[in-house]
Write a protein that binds this ligand. Sequence first.
Ligand code: FAD
Length: 425
Amino acid sequence: MKYDTVVIGAGLGGLMAALSAAERGKKTLVVSRGMGIITIFSGTIDILGYYPVQDTAPLSSPREGVERLISEDPKHPYARVGVEALEKGMSFFQEAVAREGVTYVGNLDRNFLVPTAVGTIKPTAFLSKRMEAGDVREESDVLIAGFRGLKDFYPAYMAHNISTSTVPGVSIPHFRGRVLDVDIGADGSGMSALTLARKMEEDAMIQAIGRALFCQVRDGERIALPAVLGIRGGDEVFRRLEDMAGTRIFETPTLPPSVTGYRLYRALESRVRASGIRLLIGYDVHDPEIRGGRVAAVNISMGKKTKRIEGDTFVLATGGLVGRGIITDRKSTLEPIFGLPVSGPSRRNEWFAERFFDPSGHPINKIGLEVDDRLRPTGDGKKHVYENLFACGAELAGYAALREKSGGGVTIASGFKAGRLAGEL
Ligand SMILES: Cc1cc2nc3c(=O)[nH]c(=O)nc-3n(C[C@H](O)[C@H](O)[C@H](O)COP(=O)(O)OP(=O)(O)OC[C@H]3O[C@@H](n4cnc5c(N)ncnc54)[C@H](O)[C@@H]3O)c2cc1C
Protein backbone atom coordinates (compact mmCIF):
# COMPACT_ATOMS: atom_id res chain seq x y z
CA MET A 1 0.00 0.00 0.00
CA LYS A 2 1.32 3.47 -0.84
CA TYR A 3 0.28 6.87 0.59
CA ASP A 4 1.48 10.45 0.17
CA THR A 5 1.58 10.98 3.94
CA VAL A 6 1.62 8.35 6.68
CA VAL A 7 0.86 9.61 10.19
CA ILE A 8 1.91 7.32 13.04
CA GLY A 9 -0.28 7.83 16.13
CA ALA A 10 -3.95 8.79 16.50
CA GLY A 11 -3.80 11.18 19.47
CA LEU A 12 -4.53 14.89 19.19
CA GLY A 13 -1.20 15.49 17.39
CA GLY A 14 -1.64 12.72 14.81
CA LEU A 15 -5.25 13.59 13.98
CA MET A 16 -4.36 17.27 13.53
CA ALA A 17 -1.36 16.39 11.32
CA ALA A 18 -3.52 14.11 9.18
CA LEU A 19 -6.27 16.72 8.71
CA SER A 20 -3.70 19.35 7.82
CA ALA A 21 -1.89 17.12 5.28
CA ALA A 22 -5.18 15.99 3.74
CA GLU A 23 -6.26 19.62 3.35
CA ARG A 24 -3.27 19.97 1.00
CA GLY A 25 -4.80 17.24 -1.13
CA LYS A 26 -2.54 14.44 0.07
CA LYS A 27 -3.63 10.81 0.21
CA THR A 28 -3.22 10.30 3.95
CA LEU A 29 -3.17 7.32 6.31
CA VAL A 30 -3.24 7.38 10.12
CA VAL A 31 -2.04 4.18 11.74
CA SER A 32 -2.00 3.77 15.49
CA ARG A 33 -1.92 1.33 18.36
CA GLY A 34 -4.63 3.18 20.32
CA MET A 35 -6.54 6.44 20.65
CA GLY A 36 -4.06 8.46 22.72
CA ILE A 37 -4.29 10.65 25.80
CA ILE A 38 -7.09 12.77 24.37
CA THR A 39 -9.68 10.27 25.62
CA ILE A 40 -8.58 10.79 29.22
CA PHE A 41 -7.77 14.47 29.28
CA SER A 42 -10.07 17.25 30.43
CA GLY A 43 -10.72 18.62 26.96
CA THR A 44 -9.50 22.14 27.65
CA ILE A 45 -6.81 23.27 25.22
CA ASP A 46 -4.04 24.87 27.25
CA ILE A 47 -1.79 27.29 25.35
CA LEU A 48 0.36 28.63 28.17
CA GLY A 49 -0.86 28.95 31.73
CA TYR A 50 2.28 29.87 33.61
CA TYR A 51 5.50 31.54 32.51
CA PRO A 52 8.09 31.48 33.93
CA VAL A 53 6.94 28.11 35.12
CA GLN A 54 7.72 28.89 38.77
CA ASP A 55 5.28 31.80 38.72
CA THR A 56 2.20 31.22 40.87
CA ALA A 57 0.13 33.85 39.04
CA PRO A 58 -1.49 32.54 35.84
CA LEU A 59 -0.73 34.41 32.63
CA SER A 60 -3.55 36.66 31.54
CA SER A 61 -2.38 36.69 27.89
CA PRO A 62 -1.04 33.38 26.54
CA ARG A 63 0.14 35.20 23.39
CA GLU A 64 2.41 37.54 25.38
CA GLY A 65 3.73 34.58 27.38
CA VAL A 66 4.46 32.53 24.24
CA GLU A 67 6.23 35.48 22.56
CA ARG A 68 8.42 35.98 25.63
CA LEU A 69 9.08 32.26 25.93
CA ILE A 70 10.14 32.05 22.26
CA SER A 71 12.69 34.83 22.75
CA GLU A 72 14.07 33.34 25.98
CA ASP A 73 13.93 29.59 25.36
CA PRO A 74 14.89 28.69 21.75
CA LYS A 75 14.67 24.95 22.52
CA HIS A 76 10.99 25.11 23.48
CA PRO A 77 8.68 23.57 20.81
CA TYR A 78 6.84 26.92 20.51
CA ALA A 79 10.12 28.41 19.25
CA ARG A 80 10.15 25.79 16.46
CA VAL A 81 6.48 26.18 15.65
CA GLY A 82 6.05 29.97 15.91
CA VAL A 83 3.07 32.07 16.95
CA GLU A 84 1.63 32.20 13.43
CA ALA A 85 1.30 28.40 13.17
CA LEU A 86 -0.12 28.34 16.69
CA GLU A 87 -2.82 30.83 15.76
CA LYS A 88 -3.60 29.17 12.42
CA GLY A 89 -3.50 25.71 13.99
CA MET A 90 -6.02 26.71 16.66
CA SER A 91 -8.41 28.17 14.06
CA PHE A 92 -8.03 25.04 11.97
CA PHE A 93 -8.81 22.90 15.05
CA GLN A 94 -11.86 25.00 16.00
CA GLU A 95 -13.26 24.77 12.46
CA ALA A 96 -12.65 21.02 12.27
CA VAL A 97 -14.51 20.18 15.49
CA ALA A 98 -17.25 22.77 14.85
CA ARG A 99 -18.11 20.91 11.64
CA GLU A 100 -18.84 17.89 13.85
CA GLY A 101 -21.05 19.87 16.26
CA VAL A 102 -18.45 20.56 18.99
CA THR A 103 -17.92 24.27 19.70
CA TYR A 104 -14.63 25.48 21.16
CA VAL A 105 -14.31 29.11 22.25
CA GLY A 106 -11.26 31.18 23.16
CA ASN A 107 -8.29 33.00 21.69
CA LEU A 108 -4.60 33.62 22.32
CA ASP A 109 -5.11 36.91 24.13
CA ARG A 110 -6.91 35.71 27.22
CA ASN A 111 -6.80 32.76 29.58
CA PHE A 112 -10.01 31.54 31.15
CA LEU A 113 -9.75 30.55 34.82
CA VAL A 114 -11.93 27.50 35.32
CA PRO A 115 -12.52 25.20 38.29
CA THR A 116 -11.49 21.55 38.05
CA ALA A 117 -13.30 18.58 39.57
CA VAL A 118 -10.75 18.45 42.40
CA GLY A 119 -11.32 22.11 43.19
CA THR A 120 -8.19 23.67 41.75
CA ILE A 121 -8.36 26.65 39.42
CA LYS A 122 -6.88 26.17 35.99
CA PRO A 123 -5.80 28.73 33.38
CA THR A 124 -6.67 27.62 29.86
CA ALA A 125 -7.15 29.45 26.56
CA PHE A 126 -9.67 27.32 24.65
CA LEU A 127 -12.52 25.28 26.01
CA SER A 128 -15.80 23.71 25.06
CA LYS A 129 -18.56 26.32 24.97
CA ARG A 130 -20.27 24.27 27.68
CA MET A 131 -17.48 25.20 30.14
CA GLU A 132 -17.46 28.91 29.32
CA ALA A 133 -19.76 30.07 32.14
CA GLY A 134 -17.39 28.59 34.73
CA ASP A 135 -14.80 31.38 34.74
CA VAL A 136 -14.12 32.22 38.40
CA ARG A 137 -13.63 35.92 37.60
CA GLU A 138 -17.38 36.23 37.10
CA GLU A 139 -19.02 37.62 40.21
CA SER A 140 -22.05 35.34 40.55
CA ASP A 141 -21.93 32.53 43.09
CA VAL A 142 -21.95 28.90 42.02
CA LEU A 143 -24.00 25.85 43.00
CA ILE A 144 -21.97 22.69 42.29
CA ALA A 145 -24.51 19.93 41.69
CA GLY A 146 -23.54 16.25 41.76
CA PHE A 147 -25.25 12.87 41.70
CA ARG A 148 -25.38 10.13 44.30
CA GLY A 149 -23.46 7.15 42.93
CA LEU A 150 -21.46 9.04 40.28
CA LYS A 151 -17.80 8.14 40.69
CA ASP A 152 -15.09 10.78 41.08
CA PHE A 153 -17.20 13.92 41.37
CA TYR A 154 -17.74 15.22 44.89
CA PRO A 155 -19.44 18.65 45.09
CA ALA A 156 -18.68 19.39 48.76
CA TYR A 157 -15.00 18.48 48.33
CA MET A 158 -14.72 20.57 45.18
CA ALA A 159 -16.45 23.56 46.86
CA HIS A 160 -14.22 23.29 49.94
CA ASN A 161 -11.01 23.24 47.86
CA ILE A 162 -12.12 26.18 45.73
CA SER A 163 -12.99 28.20 48.83
CA THR A 164 -9.43 27.70 50.12
CA SER A 165 -7.78 28.47 46.74
CA THR A 166 -6.19 31.79 45.94
CA VAL A 167 -5.36 33.33 42.58
CA PRO A 168 -3.39 36.59 42.80
CA GLY A 169 -5.61 39.55 41.87
CA VAL A 170 -8.82 37.49 41.62
CA SER A 171 -11.71 37.54 44.05
CA ILE A 172 -13.27 34.08 43.80
CA PRO A 173 -17.07 33.91 44.26
CA HIS A 174 -18.77 31.57 46.73
CA PHE A 175 -19.09 27.92 45.61
CA ARG A 176 -21.39 25.53 47.48
CA GLY A 177 -21.83 21.83 46.79
CA ARG A 178 -25.03 19.75 46.78
CA VAL A 179 -25.86 16.18 45.76
CA LEU A 180 -29.13 16.19 43.78
CA ASP A 181 -31.99 13.99 44.89
CA VAL A 182 -32.18 12.08 41.60
CA ASP A 183 -31.85 8.32 41.13
CA ILE A 184 -29.33 7.82 38.33
CA GLY A 185 -29.55 4.04 38.67
CA ALA A 186 -26.04 3.51 40.09
CA ASP A 187 -25.34 0.21 41.81
CA GLY A 188 -23.14 -0.21 44.91
CA SER A 189 -19.90 0.15 42.93
CA GLY A 190 -20.91 3.52 41.47
CA MET A 191 -21.46 4.76 37.94
CA SER A 192 -18.81 6.11 35.58
CA ALA A 193 -19.14 9.50 33.89
CA LEU A 194 -19.30 7.84 30.46
CA THR A 195 -22.25 5.65 31.49
CA LEU A 196 -24.13 8.57 33.02
CA ALA A 197 -23.46 10.73 29.93
CA ARG A 198 -25.21 8.08 27.78
CA LYS A 199 -28.19 7.91 30.19
CA MET A 200 -28.45 11.70 30.16
CA GLU A 201 -29.78 11.58 26.64
CA GLU A 202 -33.02 9.96 27.94
CA ASP A 203 -35.93 12.37 28.26
CA ALA A 204 -36.98 11.14 31.74
CA MET A 205 -33.48 11.74 33.10
CA ILE A 206 -33.34 15.29 31.71
CA GLN A 207 -36.75 16.05 33.25
CA ALA A 208 -35.78 14.70 36.68
CA ILE A 209 -32.47 16.58 36.78
CA GLY A 210 -33.96 19.81 35.42
CA ARG A 211 -36.59 19.77 38.20
CA ALA A 212 -33.99 19.04 40.89
CA LEU A 213 -31.77 21.89 39.68
CA PHE A 214 -34.69 24.32 39.64
CA CYS A 215 -35.50 23.41 43.29
CA GLN A 216 -31.89 23.74 44.50
CA VAL A 217 -30.56 26.83 42.74
CA ARG A 218 -30.75 30.22 44.47
CA ASP A 219 -31.34 33.57 42.79
CA GLY A 220 -28.25 34.84 40.98
CA GLU A 221 -26.35 31.53 41.13
CA ARG A 222 -24.76 29.73 38.17
CA ILE A 223 -24.68 25.92 38.24
CA ALA A 224 -21.62 23.68 37.83
CA LEU A 225 -22.39 20.11 36.75
CA PRO A 226 -20.02 17.24 36.04
CA ALA A 227 -19.30 16.96 32.29
CA VAL A 228 -21.92 14.27 31.67
CA LEU A 229 -24.56 16.22 29.74
CA GLY A 230 -24.79 13.79 26.84
CA ILE A 231 -22.15 11.65 25.20
CA ARG A 232 -22.42 13.33 21.80
CA GLY A 233 -21.17 16.72 20.69
CA GLY A 234 -24.60 18.37 20.19
CA ASP A 235 -25.96 20.80 22.77
CA GLU A 236 -29.53 19.54 23.22
CA VAL A 237 -29.21 18.12 26.76
CA PHE A 238 -27.25 21.18 27.87
CA ARG A 239 -29.77 23.68 26.48
CA ARG A 240 -32.80 21.85 27.89
CA LEU A 241 -31.27 21.72 31.37
CA GLU A 242 -30.31 25.37 31.21
CA ASP A 243 -33.89 26.28 30.26
CA MET A 244 -35.36 24.17 33.05
CA ALA A 245 -32.94 25.48 35.71
CA GLY A 246 -33.54 29.07 34.61
CA THR A 247 -29.88 30.06 34.89
CA ARG A 248 -26.53 29.52 33.18
CA ILE A 249 -24.92 26.14 33.68
CA PHE A 250 -21.43 24.87 32.90
CA GLU A 251 -19.73 21.50 32.71
CA THR A 252 -16.71 20.58 34.82
CA PRO A 253 -14.57 17.78 33.37
CA THR A 254 -14.50 14.75 35.63
CA LEU A 255 -11.41 12.72 36.40
CA PRO A 256 -10.47 10.20 33.65
CA PRO A 257 -12.15 8.71 31.71
CA SER A 258 -13.30 12.13 30.60
CA VAL A 259 -16.48 12.66 28.60
CA THR A 260 -15.14 15.96 27.21
CA GLY A 261 -12.01 14.21 25.93
CA TYR A 262 -14.11 11.40 24.47
CA ARG A 263 -16.40 13.87 22.65
CA LEU A 264 -13.37 15.65 21.25
CA TYR A 265 -11.83 12.42 20.02
CA ARG A 266 -15.08 11.37 18.35
CA ALA A 267 -15.41 14.78 16.63
CA LEU A 268 -11.85 14.65 15.27
CA GLU A 269 -12.17 11.02 14.25
CA SER A 270 -15.36 11.75 12.39
CA ARG A 271 -13.74 14.76 10.61
CA VAL A 272 -10.75 12.59 9.70
CA ARG A 273 -13.00 10.01 8.07
CA ALA A 274 -15.12 12.70 6.38
CA SER A 275 -11.90 14.15 4.90
CA GLY A 276 -11.15 10.87 3.14
CA ILE A 277 -8.27 9.94 5.47
CA ARG A 278 -7.83 6.24 6.18
CA LEU A 279 -7.67 5.46 9.92
CA LEU A 280 -6.24 2.15 11.16
CA ILE A 281 -6.42 1.61 14.93
CA GLY A 282 -4.98 -1.41 16.71
CA TYR A 283 -1.74 -1.63 14.71
CA ASP A 284 1.82 -1.44 16.01
CA VAL A 285 4.24 0.40 13.74
CA HIS A 286 7.79 -0.96 13.60
CA ASP A 287 10.82 -1.73 11.44
CA PRO A 288 11.03 1.29 9.13
CA GLU A 289 12.81 0.92 5.80
CA ILE A 290 15.32 3.67 5.04
CA ARG A 291 16.62 4.46 1.54
CA GLY A 292 18.92 7.34 0.57
CA GLY A 293 18.40 9.31 3.79
CA ARG A 294 14.62 9.01 3.55
CA VAL A 295 12.01 6.85 5.20
CA ALA A 296 10.61 4.68 2.41
CA ALA A 297 8.19 2.44 4.31
CA VAL A 298 7.13 1.14 7.72
CA ASN A 299 5.75 -2.22 8.77
CA ILE A 300 2.50 -2.46 10.73
CA SER A 301 1.28 -5.44 12.71
CA MET A 302 -1.90 -6.59 14.35
CA GLY A 303 -1.36 -9.90 16.14
CA LYS A 304 0.67 -12.11 13.81
CA LYS A 305 -0.32 -10.28 10.61
CA THR A 306 2.16 -7.75 9.21
CA LYS A 307 1.75 -5.34 6.29
CA ARG A 308 4.19 -2.99 4.61
CA ILE A 309 3.14 0.65 4.08
CA GLU A 310 5.03 2.94 1.72
CA GLY A 311 4.87 6.72 1.95
CA ASP A 312 6.38 9.88 0.51
CA THR A 313 6.34 11.60 3.90
CA PHE A 314 5.86 10.38 7.48
CA VAL A 315 4.71 12.16 10.65
CA LEU A 316 5.72 10.68 13.98
CA ALA A 317 2.95 11.48 16.49
CA THR A 318 3.46 8.65 18.96
CA GLY A 319 3.37 10.76 22.16
CA GLY A 320 5.81 11.00 25.04
CA LEU A 321 6.42 8.67 27.95
CA VAL A 322 2.67 8.28 28.57
CA GLY A 323 1.83 7.45 24.94
CA ARG A 324 4.92 5.18 24.70
CA GLY A 325 6.39 7.26 21.89
CA ILE A 326 9.41 7.39 24.20
CA ILE A 327 10.29 4.39 26.34
CA THR A 328 12.80 3.96 29.15
CA ASP A 329 14.62 1.17 30.86
CA ARG A 330 17.07 1.36 33.74
CA LYS A 331 19.92 2.58 31.51
CA SER A 332 18.46 4.57 28.63
CA THR A 333 15.59 6.45 27.03
CA LEU A 334 14.61 5.44 23.54
CA GLU A 335 12.39 6.37 20.60
CA PRO A 336 11.40 2.81 19.72
CA ILE A 337 10.33 2.95 16.04
CA PHE A 338 13.20 4.81 14.33
CA GLY A 339 15.75 4.71 17.17
CA LEU A 340 16.00 8.53 17.09
CA PRO A 341 18.19 10.29 19.65
CA VAL A 342 16.21 11.36 22.73
CA SER A 343 17.07 14.61 24.48
CA GLY A 344 16.98 14.83 28.29
CA PRO A 345 18.91 13.62 31.30
CA SER A 346 20.47 10.26 30.51
CA ARG A 347 21.04 9.18 34.11
CA ARG A 348 18.01 8.05 36.03
CA ASN A 349 18.97 9.95 39.20
CA GLU A 350 18.75 13.20 37.19
CA TRP A 351 15.16 12.60 36.11
CA PHE A 352 13.55 14.03 39.22
CA ALA A 353 13.92 17.20 41.27
CA GLU A 354 14.44 16.65 44.98
CA ARG A 355 11.05 18.01 46.02
CA PHE A 356 7.90 16.36 44.63
CA PHE A 357 6.18 19.75 44.24
CA ASP A 358 9.26 21.51 42.91
CA PRO A 359 7.96 24.70 41.23
CA SER A 360 10.15 24.08 38.16
CA GLY A 361 8.82 20.53 37.70
CA HIS A 362 10.93 17.42 37.08
CA PRO A 363 13.52 17.13 34.27
CA ILE A 364 11.92 13.84 33.09
CA ASN A 365 8.91 15.82 31.83
CA LYS A 366 11.05 17.56 29.21
CA ILE A 367 12.41 14.35 27.68
CA GLY A 368 11.69 13.97 23.97
CA LEU A 369 12.89 14.54 20.42
CA GLU A 370 14.69 17.69 19.38
CA VAL A 371 13.59 18.97 15.99
CA ASP A 372 14.67 21.62 13.47
CA ASP A 373 12.49 24.52 12.33
CA ARG A 374 10.74 22.18 9.88
CA LEU A 375 9.90 19.84 12.78
CA ARG A 376 12.23 17.09 11.57
CA PRO A 377 13.95 15.15 14.38
CA THR A 378 17.62 16.05 14.56
CA GLY A 379 20.57 13.80 15.23
CA ASP A 380 23.52 14.53 17.44
CA GLY A 381 24.98 16.83 14.77
CA LYS A 382 21.79 18.94 14.91
CA LYS A 383 20.98 18.19 11.26
CA HIS A 384 17.71 16.42 10.50
CA VAL A 385 17.98 12.63 10.53
CA TYR A 386 15.56 11.95 7.66
CA GLU A 387 14.48 14.44 5.01
CA ASN A 388 10.85 13.31 5.01
CA LEU A 389 10.17 12.48 8.69
CA PHE A 390 8.39 15.09 10.86
CA ALA A 391 7.45 14.93 14.56
CA CYS A 392 4.80 16.61 16.70
CA GLY A 393 2.97 16.65 20.01
CA ALA A 394 4.02 15.10 23.29
CA GLU A 395 6.94 13.46 21.48
CA LEU A 396 8.80 16.80 21.33
CA ALA A 397 11.53 17.71 23.83
CA GLY A 398 11.92 20.82 25.93
CA TYR A 399 8.55 21.53 27.49
CA ALA A 400 6.70 20.47 30.61
CA ALA A 401 3.11 20.34 29.34
CA LEU A 402 1.30 19.75 32.61
CA ARG A 403 3.38 22.22 34.60
CA GLU A 404 3.28 25.08 32.09
CA LYS A 405 -0.25 24.22 30.95
CA SER A 406 0.84 24.15 27.32
CA GLY A 407 0.11 20.56 26.20
CA GLY A 408 -2.84 21.07 23.88
CA GLY A 409 -1.38 24.20 22.28
CA VAL A 410 2.00 22.65 21.50
CA THR A 411 0.32 19.49 20.22
CA ILE A 412 -2.23 21.19 17.96
CA ALA A 413 0.22 23.77 16.60
CA SER A 414 2.99 21.24 15.93
CA GLY A 415 0.54 18.68 14.48
CA PHE A 416 -0.92 21.33 12.19
CA LYS A 417 2.54 22.50 11.06
CA ALA A 418 3.97 18.97 10.66
CA GLY A 419 0.99 18.02 8.49
CA ARG A 420 1.41 21.15 6.36
CA LEU A 421 5.14 20.54 5.88
CA ALA A 422 4.61 16.87 5.10
CA GLY A 423 1.91 17.88 2.64
CA GLU A 424 4.24 20.29 0.85
CA LEU A 425 7.12 17.90 0.19
C1 FAD B 1 -3.26 12.73 32.04
C2 FAD B 1 -3.02 13.87 31.11
C3 FAD B 1 -3.96 14.89 31.02
C4 FAD B 1 -3.75 15.96 30.15
N1 FAD B 1 -4.70 16.93 30.11
C5 FAD B 1 -4.55 17.98 29.25
C6 FAD B 1 -5.54 19.00 29.16
O1 FAD B 1 -6.57 18.96 29.84
N2 FAD B 1 -5.34 20.03 28.30
C7 FAD B 1 -4.22 20.12 27.52
O2 FAD B 1 -4.10 21.07 26.76
N3 FAD B 1 -3.26 19.15 27.57
C8 FAD B 1 -3.40 18.09 28.42
N4 FAD B 1 -2.44 17.10 28.48
C9 FAD B 1 -1.30 17.18 27.55
C10 FAD B 1 -1.50 16.17 26.39
O3 FAD B 1 -0.57 15.18 26.57
C11 FAD B 1 -1.21 16.63 25.02
O4 FAD B 1 -1.92 17.78 24.81
C12 FAD B 1 -1.64 15.70 23.88
O5 FAD B 1 -2.83 15.04 24.14
C13 FAD B 1 -0.57 14.73 23.43
O6 FAD B 1 -1.03 14.17 22.21
P1 FAD B 1 -0.13 13.32 21.25
O7 FAD B 1 -0.96 13.04 20.05
O8 FAD B 1 1.18 13.99 21.04
O9 FAD B 1 0.21 11.99 22.06
P2 FAD B 1 -0.73 10.79 22.57
O10 FAD B 1 -2.08 11.28 22.92
O11 FAD B 1 0.05 10.08 23.62
O12 FAD B 1 -0.88 9.84 21.29
C14 FAD B 1 0.12 8.99 20.86
C15 FAD B 1 -0.48 7.98 19.91
O13 FAD B 1 0.56 7.19 19.33
C16 FAD B 1 0.20 5.81 19.38
N5 FAD B 1 1.45 5.01 19.36
C17 FAD B 1 2.50 5.06 20.21
N6 FAD B 1 3.46 4.17 19.82
C18 FAD B 1 3.00 3.57 18.70
C19 FAD B 1 3.51 2.55 17.82
N7 FAD B 1 4.71 1.99 17.99
N8 FAD B 1 2.75 2.14 16.78
C20 FAD B 1 1.51 2.70 16.56
N9 FAD B 1 1.00 3.67 17.35
C21 FAD B 1 1.72 4.10 18.40
C22 FAD B 1 -0.62 5.70 20.65
O14 FAD B 1 -1.44 4.56 20.63
C23 FAD B 1 -1.43 7.01 20.58
O15 FAD B 1 -2.56 6.87 19.75
C24 FAD B 1 -2.60 16.03 29.35
C25 FAD B 1 -1.64 15.01 29.45
C26 FAD B 1 -1.84 13.95 30.32
C27 FAD B 1 -0.78 12.90 30.41
